[in-house]
Design a protein around this ligand. Structure first.
Ligand SMILES: [Zn+2]
Length: 386
């Protein structure tokens, strides 16, 4: 068990980098002798070192304190159609990272097998002392049990013991969470929402979900499904959704819905550019909609506007309800970029109370593809440091 002060020292060194003994003492409001005791225990356990970047500046020996250089964390971001595995240092800096296509519907045995193979390769590129791992999964997760619970797009994964299996393989503690939650934590640690305590992170990819950070902690709800906004019903007579219902937000604006609408546009002759892309490649994706919209294609731009407006309605409700300090939008479909952002902004600002939106930035993810692995690493360090 670590003392409260030891945990705080580790967190400060992770979030702010090397600090002098004086600065640490001030931040923790600890007298010098007490701090020395805490530090010597951390040094003995190999987590913390004295010295670092300022040591070479000649003259007196520096008393900068920093996290040991060789601490390593495995960070895993399992998406609906890809897996990313990174290895980070104790500050959650990505040292090596690999991503490959992988359909989560292949089931846990195959997908986790790929994760373990990828991790083996990535760890080899940045060797050190493996401390723990963080894993994000694209569905509701019981954080306490370390397993997915009734995930709609992950057949075969219900209550599969992901944490136990990976902890057994790696011989280290593993933390498992929902992918949107770890993305929110990634942006909060190292991205656009740095050090904000209250924010929401909206991911628009194959599915649509929302990570909720309240008072600096992820809010998961009773069963781990908080923020599952993709299945908020917008219309009783809307398009069919993968969850079995109709009219869900995701059925209008998820990656699959955009690809479907793009196909309809192309075939009906209402988008020359999408028709040409379809002719050339035989299929269309959400990314093609973005490309065509950016190039001025009216039909494609209209799809982005419609989607952004619907997404904006839902976000406006969240803003009224939670009064967050920032809304971050990420995930593959967020590459639609500024036209999407503009539509979401105008929709939210029009529908929310001025007091809630007065200083509310609605911005795109800064970490992009690295948001998930950065947050997964942060989640793992949070577990190990506490
Ligand atoms: Zn649905």
């Amino acid at each position: 068990m670590r003392s409260r002060h030891e945990s705080r020292v580790l967190e400060l060194l992770r979030d702010e980098g090397p600090l002098s003994r004086v600065a640490l003492g001030e931040r923790l409001e600890l007298p010098r002798a007490k701090l020395a005791g805490e530090l010597s225990r951390l040094i003995d356990s190999g987590l913390v070192e004295i010295g670092g970047p300022a040591a070479s500046r000649g003259g007196r020996r520096s008393t900068l304190v920093h996290l040991a250089d060789d601490l390593r964390f495995i960070a895993v971001d399992v998406g609906a159609t890809s897996v990313a595995v990174a290895v980070t240092d104790g500050r959650c800096e990505v040292l090596a990272n690999e991503r490959e296509e992988c359909d989560v519907r292949l089931g846990p045995t195959q997908v986790l097998g790929r994760v373990v193979d990828l991790a083996g390769r990535v760890v080899g590129k940045a060797p050190g002392r493996l401390m723990g791992a963080g894993v994000g999964l694209p569905g509701p997760v019981s954080f306490r049990d370390g397993m997915p619970v009734a995930p709609p797009i992950m057949p075969g994964w219900d209550r599969y013991p992901v944490r136990e299996e990976l902890a057994g393989k790696w011989g280290r503690p593993v933390v498992v969470d929902n992918d949107v939650n770890i993305m929110a934590l990634g942006e909060r640690h190292a991205g656009v929402a740095r050090s904000l305590d209250d924010l929401i992170f909206v991911k628009i990819g194959t599915g649509i979900g929302c990570g909720i950070v309240v008072g600096g902690r992820v809010y998961r709800g009773v069963a781990g499904t908080a923020g599952d906004i993709g299945h908020i019903k917008l219309d009783d007579y809307g398009p069919a959704c993968a969850c079995g219902e109709v009219g869900c937000l995701e059925a209008y604006f998820g990656g699959a819905a955009l690809a479907r609408d793009a196909l309809t546009l192309a075939r009906s002759g209402r988008s020359g550019m999408l028709a040409a892309t379809l002719e050339e490649r035989g299929q269309l994706t959400a990314a093609d909609v973005g490309t065509a919209a950016a190039a001025g294609d009216f039909g494609a731009a209209n799809l982005v506007r419609e989607g952004g407006r619907r997404l904006g309605h839902v976000i406006a409700s969240l803003v009224s309800f939670l009064n967050p300090g920032m809304v971050v939008i990420g995930g593959g479909v967020s590459r639609l970029g500024h036209p999407l952002l503009a539509e979401v902004r105008s929709s939210v600002y029009r529908r929310s109370l001025p007091l809630a939106t007065g200083n509310l930035p609605i911005v795109l993810s800064e970490l992009g593809d690295l948001a998930g692995v950065t947050g997964a690493a942060w989640s793992a360090t949070d577990h190990i440091f506490n």
